[in-house]
Design a protein around this ligand. Structure first.
Ligand SMILES: Nc1ncnc2c1ncn2[C@@H]1O[C@H](COP(=O)(O)OP(=O)(O)OP(=O)(O)O)[C@@H](O)[C@H]1O
Length: 249
């Protein structure tokens, strides 16, 4: 019950149909939740609303029982939002950048600097902490983004397609970091990479056209797979069945 959307309606332009209408969604308080759905389903919109980067036309965004207001410092501090492209400053080193973000979120300078060192170590980037962010790879930058969330004591982490475009090695490293982080802090992550969920996710949410089609434990999601789905393909099959793309028998 930490972070949720309560009967939210949202449209990008006044004359357009709402992307979400009377939409409610609660981010689970534990583990890794994966938000699946086809292009245009409303995943990024849902995450932007939860992150407070856009405001609903109707309904509420609630954090720890209080409605979000854009000036809410506690919210900014405790809800970490990582868009697909981590917005780093190219001139700063990884450590300077993480420390800067922690300072912006309210840590004092020396605490921010110390924590930046320790969290970069936690995401496996201790040896890159003195490197300019402009010279880091996409996968390393996403780990810098996670480090920022850890540095300012986030209570919830929202990740928009964090594994998109990563090579298999970077993806594995990123998932290892994610597994450790999600054991301590709830993480909501949108993805098209169904393989991400099989081993890692605690909860699976599937949305389409602004509606949630499934929200529950990974096992209950996988139970929707066709009985004859090939080993390792149950998640894809469950997705297709729930989306109505594939019959169950
Ligand atoms: N900035 C925008 N301006 C206008 N319409 C938008 C904007 N962003 C998204 N939309 C529309 O809102 C709907 C939901 O988009 P959204 O990006 O939330 O979906 P998504 O599930 O994240 O898709 P994808 O998997 O492609 O990232 C789509 O119809 C999309 O065209």
């Amino acid at each position: 019950m930490t972070l949720l959307l309560d009967r939210v309606t949202f449209r990008y332009r006044r004359w357009e149909r709402p992307v979400l209408s009377g939409f409610s969604y609660e981010v689970p308080d534990e583990g890794l939740t994966i938000l699946l759905g086809p292009n245009g389903a409303g995943k990024s919109t849902t995450m932007s609303l939860l992150a407070g980067t856009v405001e609903p036309r109707a309904g509420r965004v609630l954090f720890k029982g209080s409605a979000l207001t854009s000036a809410d410092r506690e919210y900014r501090r405790h809800v970490a939002w990582l868009p697909q492209k981590v917005p780093t400053s190219r001139q700063l080193t990884a450590r300077e950048y993480v420390a800067y973000v922690a300072w912006l979120k309210g840590e004092d300078r020396s605490t921010a600097w110390d924590r930046a060192g320790s969290v970069l170590d936690q995401v496996g980037l201790a040896d890159r902490s003195g490197q300019k962010t402009a010279r880091l790879s996409g996968g390393q930058l996403r780990r810098v983004g996670i480090a920022c969330a850890l540095a300012h004591d986030a209570r919830v982490i929202l990740l928009d397609e964090p594994t998109a475009g990563l090579d298999p090695h970077q993806r594995t490293v990123f998932r290892d970091v994610l597994r450790k982080v999600a054991a301590r802090i709830p993480v909501l992550m949108s993805t098209h990479d169904i393989a991400d969920l099989a081993d890692e996710a605690t909860t699976v949410s599937l949305m389409d056209r602004g509606r949630i089609l499934h929200h529950g434990g990974t096992r209950s999601f996988l139970e929707h797979a066709r009985p004859d789905a090939a080993p390792g393909r149950q998640a894809e099959s469950a997705y297709s069945v729930l989306m109505g793309l594939e019959a169950t028998d």
